[in-house]
Write a new protein. Structure first.
Length: 184
């Protein structure tokens, strides 16, 4: 396993199996694997991020969505986050409404957001627009800095999240990315 995500809630620390760790698995298989390994949460990849990556048929109450929801009910595994939305200069939340709706149906807490745009001001504006679009679905937009993105420092990521002025704009701090980015 490449990594595990953690979340803290009223019952204490909960561990999540990120979809990226089992990238070849379908969302129902991720839920099954998380349950078998004793995880309380799973991350689900609703938004393709790599060239040539196919989108899982999880939109519009598809059979795969229904199967995933049934497995979640059966196993008690919840969805922590949705992988991963890359913000580009031309990103428009209207093009992702079905993905946001699907994330809401899954009960996800947040959508992971990464920047492919080096312009901090534009990134903050784009992130704010996505926060507004995500609000009706009960989603946070959790911005993450990383070495392979255009926003590579904690300070820059924090400036962007604060600049949105949105209560559902959050900052993800990944220990691997902190190490890779030499975060003090």
């Amino acid at each position: 396993m490449s990594h595990v995500d953690m979340a803290f809630d009223n019952s204490g620390w909960q561990f999540s199996l990120p979809h990226l760790t089992v990238l070849d698995a379908s969302p129902p298989e991720v839920v099954e694997a998380a349950a078998a390994a004793g995880f309380g949460f799973a991350g689900i990849r609703l938004i393709p991020t790599m060239p040539g990556e196919a989108q899982h048929p999880m939109l519009d109450r598809s059979p795969m969505m229904r199967r995933t929801l049934a497995l979640m009910a059966e196993t008690g595994v919840r969805v922590l986050d949705i992988e991963a939305l890359w913000l580009r200069p031309d990103s428009d939340p209207r093009h992702y409404l079905k993905e946001l709706e699907a994330a809401g149906m899954l009960g996800a807490r947040c959508v992971q957001v990464i920047s492919a745009d080096p312009d901090e001001s534009r990134v903050a504006d784009t992130l704010a627009a996505f926060c507004e679009a995500a609000r009706p679905f009960g989603l946070d937009m959790s911005f993450e800095f990383m070495l392979i993105s255009q926003i590579r420092t904690f300070d820059a990521a924090l400036r962007i999240v604060r600049a949105t002025g949105m209560p559902n704009a959050k900052l993800t701090i990944g220990s691997l990315h902190c190490f890779r980015c030499h975060t003090p």
